[in-house]
Ligand binder design. Structure first.
Ligand SMILES: Nc1ncnc2c1ncn2[C@@H]1O[C@H](COP(=O)(O)OP(=O)(O)O)[C@@H](O)[C@H]1O
Ligand SMILES: [Mg+2]
Length: 366
């Protein structure tokens, strides 16, 4: 059998677990036990995608791996291989192929997935392929999210998704964290009712024999407009736990899962020691932990000001510019009246032909 040399050990391949679009997934073994190795198939693109997946997984494992996300072990540059923790157990689709979950069990599983997503979104990344096939249950109600193969930075362009499990806007190319929220809604529905979303789902598929509260959560998570869903994984988790979500909807901006209420005037930028003006109300460098703003002139900031019932955003020198997402493309703006539900980004950069936002956010005005 084939073996692969890592930094400090040799992995002996035990068997093939699967084969996707870009990678072979292998079960392997070293002196410490079993691991999973993702090896790219032929081609530069496959190499690049696995390298990106490894980089995201490595970051997610810091400072310690998350309980609900597969742990990174190492990246082997010579063969472009990603080595990750082996999660024993069935995938969610196998575990629930012929039985249904009780309402409480479905909620427990969804909360584990949402906890993983909270971490992923805080790094400015969207998983993009949250579905039962990419979730393993090492213990009965303990889900572990795997396969960050199509995970992307917010606001980039989605590669693909899985019809039925992926949000409608994600299938059209829009990448935002609310896409993962939608998928958790579909998973809840699948766990409770056994539904196969490939046959297209809607509010009529929400079972009648569940609590009104859960019905409400499902309706909201499955909204076709991303801004009508929960605005963060945390908010959906709180609602699922039955905690009271403040109903008073204050105008707010949600940046990487963090909610900031809009006031009459709010400045966004960097603090002085990071090369900023030192006068920002919201420190983007701290929130945008993954796609942090590049070193730039010390005048990088923007402001949102209330004008009557409207909120206007102004670029006061954001490195890379201030951007708004309109329909299907990003547009650079200087002064702009914000719209309810809009995606905006403080700064952009070009990579591989695509514009990637540094610190994307969604605004809620109602
Ligand atoms: N870390 C892991 N532990 C256990 N099984 C895994 C692990 N990663 C992948 N698998 C198994 O291999 C299958 C394919 O892996 P995945 O990472 O989803 O790649 P892809 O869907 O791109 O082929 C999964 O559905 C799962 O059954
Ligand atoms: Mg998969």
């Amino acid at each position: 059998m084939m073996s692969i040399r890592g930094k400090n050990s040799i992995y002996k391949v035990v068997k093939k677990l699967g084969s996707g679009g870009f990678a072979e997934v292998l079960l392997a073994m070293n002196r410490d036990g079993l691991v999973v190795i993702k090896l790219p198939k032929e081609g530069e693109l496959a190499n690049k995608l696995i390298r990106e997946e490894a980089a995201i997984l490595e970051e997610l494992s810091k400072p310690i791996p998350h309980d609900n996300i597969v742990a990174f072990i190492e990246w082997i540059p010579d063969v472009s291989a990603l080595v990750e923790e082996y999660i024993p157990g069935h995938t969610l689709d196998r575990a629930f192929s012929s039985r249904r979950a009780t309402q409480n069990d479905a909620i427990r599983i969804a909360l584990g997935i949402l906890s993983a997503l909270e971490k992923i979104h805080s790094l400015g990344v969207v998983h993009g392929d949250v579905k039962p096939d990419n979730i393993i249950l090492p213990k009965p109600l303990h889900p572990v999210l795997i396969d960050l193969g199509i995970a992307r930075a917010f606001g980039g362009r989605s590669m693909a998704g899985t019809p039925g499990w992926s949000a409608p806007e994600f299938m059209k190319g829009e990448v935002s964290p609310e896409a993962d929220i939608y998928s958790v809604g579909v998973i809840l529905l699948f766990l409770i009712s056994g539904i196969d979303p490939a046959n297209s789902i809607g509010p009529q598929d929400i079972p009648r024999n569940i609590s009104d509260h859960l019905k409400h959560v499902l309706m909201r998570a499955l909204s076709s407009n991303p801004w009508e869903r929960f605005s963060s994984a945390k908010e959906m988790a709180l609602s699922l736990m039955g905690a009271k979500i403040p109903v008073r909807n204050v105008p707010k901006i949600v940046i990487q899962g963090k909610t900031i209420p809009l006031s009459n005037k709010l400045t966004f930028g960097r603090v002085k020691r990071q090369g900023g003006t030192g006068k920002a109300d919201v420190n983007l460098q701290e929130i945008g932990s993954r796609r942090a703003l590049p070193p730039g002139p010390p005048i990088g900031w923007a402001e949102i000001v209330r004008v009557g019932t409207e909120y206007w955003i102004s670029d006061k020198g954001v490195p890379g510019g201030l951007w708004v997402y309109e329909g299907s493309t990003w547009r650079r703006v200087l002064d702009y009246p914000l719209k309810h539900g809009q995606l905006i980004s403080f700064g952009m950069r070009r990579r591989g032909g695509y514009l990637l936002p540094y610190v994307p956010a969604r605004v809620y005005l109602r």
